[in-house]
Structure formats: structure tokens, C-alpha cells
Design a protein around this ligand. Structure first.
Ligand SMILES: NC(=O)c1ccc[n+]([C@@H]2O[C@H](COP(=O)([O-])OP(=O)(O)OC[C@H]3O[C@@H](n4cnc5c(N)ncnc54)[C@H](O)[C@@H]3O)[C@@H](O)[C@H]2O)c1
Length: 243
């Protein structure tokens, strides 16, 4: 893929999908600026630690990455949180934090990154949304709403900024084997290995996704091979519909 010598900013870089993203980007010759709260185990050219609920931090990340790497060709809005349950069980904090991390932070990053990329010949932004934002599933009302918001924002931005040479797309995974999924099982008192074995049976292709299954699609969207994709939502689901 034509990624060599590009410069990328990745949020949620210490997480399940994020750490795989950083590794595979670097294996493809990309220089990576990693953003997350704790980056002590994260391999990247540049560490930009901080909390994405801080708007000054989030909106400053593209320039910080550009300055540290000497360029900014790719931004991957990957950080996210999940709060479970119907709205009657949700707190104001569930709502505010979900919007802050899953919607406000990508908005801040995109708004700051687009002019930087536009003035240097363009680039690619990939947002990690979710199948559950396109087809809302049960008992995750706030998560689904937040992922629907970033999915729609992606479609709008993809159209609005294509003329500047900036391609903005999103990947919509179904279940992926990461700490986000496993912590949910553990919080409900299930053994996560057993729960994932059960979940594997619900996927037509025979298993839930590993981070690599998602990251390969993100790298494609970030690469010049996806040069005509603008504002697309790519479902990566092993054939499994949302329940
Ligand atoms: N795992 C799944 O089943 C699944 C399915 C669909 C979509 N997704 C999406 O994929 C993305 C990555 O999720 P993952 O499964 O790797 O989860 P994860 O929990 O392993 O990683 C998420 C990362 O985001 C970071 N983050 C969260 N809040 C932050 C904040 N306030 N400031 C800075 N960083 C913050 C966390 O520290 C963590 O490293 C998320 O947007 C998630 O919604 C995941």
C-alpha cells in the first residue's frame, strides 16, 4: 500500500485497535504520533499524551503532530468509550462522557486537521464508528447515538472537504476482540474467553473480529488505493447483522 513516508496521528493509540494500528502503520513505513492518556507501552515516533475530553488538548493534537513529525497526512480518530444500557439507566455522566470522547473530540480533531492538511496538499481522515451507529442494537442507546453522530459527521465532512484533496471515511466494525469488549463481559460477571467463544458462533464467518481485521481496512482507507472514497462508511462485520 502507498503509505510509506506518510505521517499519521492516531487517537486511542494504547487500546486494542489503536496499538495494532500503530504497529501496522509503522510496519508500512508511516511515522506515527500516538495520542492516549497513558502511552507508556505504545511504540510510536511521537507520544502526545492527554485526555480527549480537554478540548484544548484535542484541538491542538493535529498541529502538535504536524510539528513533531514534520507533516500530517493521516488522522485516525479511534479513541472511544462504551456505556451500556437503556436511557432510563444512564447517568448524565454516561451521556456527557460518551459525547465528549466519541463525538466532540473527533469533531475538534477534524476541524483542526482539515486546514493543516488542505494547505499541504490533502490527506486522509479515518474515523472508527460502529455497525451499531448505522443499525442501532438493543440496550446501548447512548453508544449507538454517539456512533451514529460520528458516522453522519463523516459522510458530511467527506462530501464537504473532498475538493480540498481530503478524503474522510469511517470504518464500522461489529464486535472486535479488545479490552472494550472483554471488560463488558467481565463487568457482567462472565468469563471473557468463554463469552467470546459463544459470540464467535453468532458470526457467519465463524469468529468475531481481531484488531488486525479492522486495521487492514483502516490502512486501505488511509492509503492512496482508496483515492476515490469520500464520505463512505465501510462495514466490517464478518457477515453479522446487528441484532
Ligand atoms: N471493540 C469493539 O467491539 C468495537 C466495535 C465497534 C467499534 N469499536 C470502536 O473502536 C474504537 C477502538 O476501540 P477498542 O475496542 O480498541 O477499545 P479500547 O478500550 O481497547 O481502546 C480505546 C482507547 O481509547 C482511549 N480513550 C478513551 N477515552 C479517552 C480519553 N478521554 N482521552 C484519551 N484517550 C481515551 C482509551 O484509553 C483506550 O486506549 C472505539 O472508537 C470503539 O468505539 C470497537
Amino acid at each position: 500500500m502507498t503509505l510509506k513516508n506518510k505521517c499519521a496521528l492516531v487517537t486511542g493509540a494504547a487500546g486494542g485497535i489503536g496499538s495494532t494500528l500503530c504497529r501496522q502503520l509503522r510496519e508500512n513505513g508511516v511515522r506515527v504520533a500516538a495520542a492516549d492518556r497513558d502511552l507508556s507501552d505504545c511504540e510510536a515516533e511521537v507520544h502526545l499524551p492527554g485526555d480527549l475530553t480537554d478540548r484544548t488538548y484535542a484541538s491542538g493534537l493535529p498541529k502538535a503532530a504536524y510539528d513533531a513529525l514534520g507533516g500530517l497526512d493521516i488522522v485516525i480518530n479511534n479513541a472511544g468509550i462504551i456505556r451500556r444500557g437503556p436511557v432510563t439507566q444512564a447517568t448524565d455522566e454516561d451521556f456527557d462522557l460518551s459525547i465528549a470522547v466519541n463525538v466532540d473530540a473527533p469533531f475538534q480533531l477534524c476541524r483542526a486537521a482539515i486546514p493543516i492538511m488542505a494547505s499541504h496538499g490533502g490527506g486522509a481522515i479515518v474515523n472508527i464508528a460502529s455497525c451499531w451507529g448505522v443499525y442501532p442494537g438493543p440496550d446501548h442507546a447512548i453508544y449507538c447515538m454517539s456512533k451514529a453522530a460520528i458516522a453522519t459527521l463523516t459522510k458530511c465532512m467527506g462530501r464537504d472537504h473532498a475538493h480540498q484533496g481530503i478524503r474522510i471515511n469511517a470504518v464500522c466494525p461489529n464486535e472486535v476482540d479488545t479490552p472494550m469488549l472483554r471488560s463488558g463481559f467481565e463487568a457482567r460477571g462472565f468469563d471473557s474467553d468463554t463469552a467470546i467463544e459463544q459470540l464467535d458462533k453468532s458470526v457467519p464467518i465463524g469468529r468475531i473480529a481481531q484488531p488486525e481485521d479492522i486495521v487492514d481496512v483502516v490502512l486501505f482507507l488511509a492509503s492512496d488505493q482508496a483515492r476515490y472514497l469520500c464520505g463512505s462508511l465501510i462495514e466490517v462485520n464478518g457477515g453479522k447483522p446487528v441484532a
